[in-house]
Design a protein around this ligand. Structure first.
Ligand SMILES: Nc1ncnc2c1ncn2[C@@H]1O[C@H](COP(=O)(O)OP(=O)(O)OP(=O)(O)O)[C@@H](O)[C@H]1O
Ligand SMILES: O=P(O)(O)OC[C@H]1O[C@](O)(CO)[C@@H](O)[C@@H]1O
Ligand SMILES: [Mg+2]
Length: 442
């Protein structure tokens, strides 16, 4: 990691001059094992060897600004208007975040207006301006009981200039963008137009991804709920495969570029014999290929369960030209169906005609309401986002890093992707739990 301290400094619109509603509560607070003072910072690294390698004084080590309420804020709360938008794919907990933002802004900061933009960035365009909704405590009362997002979401490019026009027209001071890497790239285009026009509008990101593929965050909200849902499907194919002769269960789970859902779901109920993820390429044929390993497993145990992330083994699929979705994300081939065909063909050839159960739970794992753990996480992220926005931070994302809530510059979260490290301890756990080889074939 070549990160320097200066890469981690977040932008502020200016000095904080207004009293914060939290001033009194914060007056006596100091950093403790359970609280990081607003003037203190959280270290990025957590191993002695990396810290020593950096070879710089402690105050020069890469560190992150603590999130949380400030004694003074940048925006005059009574005169502040905010906007909220949810973009990209659904994720458990979106409604919890919206609700947390609205409650915090209403009950503590007493802001003037909270607007919700409908259906992602499209809701900020001229065409959809009239669909903007005003949000209050009543509007968000029990939305956390439902999956999805009350605001709706979308993919697809919109003109940043037109979106900023909408912010200006509504008098928005702070925009909260709840979304993934694409949404954060979109948010950075907004801040660059805001800067060009010399406007005083803060843009705060709340990272959302069930794939858990955003960097500098312990684990993204909704991820735990999503992989818990996925375990149910693995358990089903396990039962089915056990009951059938030469039973083969295959579950394909979301995860375009990162196999976290597949790894965690597989570890959770430990029914999977093979986990295939995008980060670990595999071959099908040959003595060490997946097909022979599956065959060996069926011969020894009479059944087998495979969990495959949707982005795994894409290089094996013959695809006629790459297509993309409205946001420019590559559309993937169906590795689950491909494996089903190949395994059926192989086992039939070696005289083990299989009964294959293939499940692709797809949207069923991400459209549900957040579990209790994710709900807590969401409301705490929402509070952190509100404090960051009211303090005038901009082009800033709130994340939980090594269990502390911190601010990071938006550019960092779009800089690279969080992926399962084939040399890391998560993949090691998967290998230990499944008994599968570290690699398949050459
Ligand atoms: N490079 C970019 N510049 C401007 N806007 C972008 C960019 N990439 C994506 N966006 C916009 O951000 C929104 C969400 O992007 P996208 O559909 O890729 O989802 P995401 O935020 O990455 O979430 P998910 O994890 O579900 O993919 C879309 O409206 C898209 O057009
Ligand atoms: O079908 P959609 O909504 O475009 O999204 C599918 C993709 O979104 C994700 O859930 C990420 O949000 C991926 O795991 C999946 O590939
Ligand atoms: Mg994305």
């Amino acid at each position: 990691m070549t990160l320097e301290l200066d890469d981690l400094r977040v932008r502020s619109l200016g000095d904080c001059r207004y009293d914060s509603p939290f001033a009194e509560m914060l007056a006596t607070k100091r950093t403790s094992p359970h609280y990081v003072h607003e003037d203190d910072r959280v270290l990025v690294d957590d191993t002695v060897s990396v810290l020593l390698e950096r070879g710089v004084p402690i105050d020069q080590l890469p560190s992150l600004e603590a999130a949380g309420p400030r004694r003074k804020v940048y925006f005059d709360p009574d005169a502040t208007s905010v906007g909220i938008v949810t973009c990209g794919g659904l994720c458990p907990g979106l409604n919890d975040v919206i609700r947390g933002i609205v409650q915090e802004l209403t009950e503590h900061y007493h802001v003037a207006h909270i607007y919700g933009f409908r259906n992602g960035y499209a809701g900020l365009t001229r065409k959809h301006r009239e669909r903007v909704v005003e949000l209050d405590l009543h509007a968000v009362r029990d939305i956390n009981n439902d999956g999805g997002t009350i605001l709706g979401s979308s993919r697809g490019d919109q003109d940043p200039g037109e979106m900023v026009d909408t912010l200006v027209e509504l008098g928005i001071d702070v925009l909260f963008v709840i979304g993934g890497d694409g949404s954060m790239r979109g948010a950075m285009k907004l801040t660059s137009v805001i800067d060009e026009r010399g406007l005083d509008i803060a843009v705060i990101g709340i990272p959302k991804t069930i794939d858990n593929d955003l960097p500098y965050t312990d684990q993204s909200f909704g991820f735990q709920t999503a992989f818990a849902q996925a375990t149910e499907f693995i358990a089903s194919v396990f039962v089915e495969s056990q009951a059938a002769e030469n039973g083969v269960g295959i579950v394909k789970l979301m995860g375009r570029h990162s196999g976290f859902i597949a790894c965690y779901a597989a570890l959770s109920n430990n029914d999977a014999d093979f986990v295939l993820i995008p980060e670990v390429p595999f071959v099908l044929d040959g003595p060490d290929g997946v097909l022979r390993r599956v065959e060996d497993h069926v011969r020894r145990h009479g059944q087998v369960v495979l969990v495959v992330a949707e982005g795994a083994g894409q290089e094996l699929l013959e695809q006629e030209g790459q297509t993309t979705d409205a946001s420019g994300n590559t559309k993937l081939g169906d590795i689950g169906l491909y494996l089903k065909e190949k395994i059926t063909e192989h086992l039939t050839e070696v005289d083990l005609p299989p009964t294959v159960r293939y499940l692709d739970p797809s949207y069923a794992i991400r459209s549900v309401a957040a579990n209790a753990y994710d709900s807590v996480y969401c409301v705490r992220l929402a509070h952190a986002a509100v404090h960051a926005g009211m303090a005038g931070r901009t082009e800033t994302v709130v994340v939980r890093w090594r269990r502390r809530f911190v601010h990071i510059p938006m550019a960092l979260i779009t800089g690279h992707r969080n992926q399962v490290d084939p040399d890391g301890d998560l993949w090691m756990s998967v290998i230990e739990a499944t008994g599968q080889p570290a690699t398949f074939g050459a």
